[in-house]
Write a protein that binds this ligand. Structure first.
Ligand code: ADP
Ligand code: MG
Length: 240
């Protein structure tokens, strides 16, 4: 579903992605971890065309991001993205936050979009918040709205960039539970997170990045029980 081939990217003189290779199949959950500044967010953003890259290629469902004819609007619709900060529209009610894109971009009718939004709010466990403004919700609830909003566009792939790292500890689990359910429902997911419990539970593959490179990868057990590189060992000791 996603093929990343020899991708390198620079910000000016700084090489932030260094010959990255990775293949993600339909239904797979890939967790990306690594120290701050290692290029995790940049890699996610290259996947949906938010960040250009200078070398290599990325193909999504066989469509090359390097092809000048590629429709990036369409590509982004296939990929839902959830950020560390929820970035909901503060002046719109929860239900409007969820329905605006499907109405505008998928040409859904208002009632159709609202019905779907209620289903999604049920899925993330907060139907009772539908008519509130984001500012009146807790961080965990807002992040669940952000997930519902992304799902409303019926994406094939969900990208998460440290979705729980801005949350108070007691709210982390409610968001991770939603993500675990999504993973178990068969969604293809690329998740930047340091929540290793989540990684152990649902990741098909864990990637460890450092200085723009993937320096280690493994299935859950091999990665946690026996990291090969000293850098991954040091990193895991700090976060677990
Ligand atoms: P991570 O998500 O792993 O913390 P990032 O992908 O955000 O890392 O950043 C990788 C590197 O690229 C860092 O050195 C960061 O300072 C740099 N960087 C990120 N975004 C920009 C930008 N827009 N312009 C210049 N440098 C950037
Ligand atoms: Mg980041």
């Amino acid at each position: 579903m996603i093929e990343i081939e020899n991708v390198s990217k620079w910000f000016g003189k700084l090489k932030v992605l260094d010959n990255v290779n990775e293949t993600i199949s339909k239904g797979q959950v890939v967790v990306i971890c690594g120290p701050s500044g290692s290029g995790k967010s940049t890699l996610l953003k290259t996947l949906n065309g938010l960040e250009p890259f200078q070398e290599g290629d990325i193909r999504v469902d066989g469509i090359s991001l390097k092809d000048p004819g590629t429709n990036f609007m369409k590509l982004r619709q296939k990929m839902g993205m959830v950020f560390q900060r929820f970035e909901l529209y503060p002046h719109m009610k929860v239900i409007e936050n969820i329905t605006i894109a499907p109405i505008k971009l998928l040409n859904q009718s208002k009632s159709q979009a609202e019905q779907k939004a209620i289903e999604l709010l049920e899925k993330v466990g907060i139907t009772e918040q539908a008519h509130k403004y984001p500012g009146n919700l807790s961080g965990g609830q807002q992040q669940r709205v952000a997930i519902a909003r992304a799902l409303a566009m019926e994406p094939d792939i969900m990208l998460f960039d440290e979705p729980t790292s801005a949350l108070d500890p007691e709210m982390i689990k409610e968001v991770l539970d939603v993500m675990v359910n999504l993973a178990n429902s068969g969604m293809t997911m690329v998740v930047v997170t340091h929540e290793m419990g989540f990684a152990k539970e649902v990741a098909d593959e864990i990637i460890f990045m450092d200085q723009g490179r993937i320096i280690e990868r493994g299935t859950d057990k091999s990665f946690f029980e026996n990291p090969e590189s000293q850098r991954a060992k040091d990193f895991l000791e700090k976060i677990i």
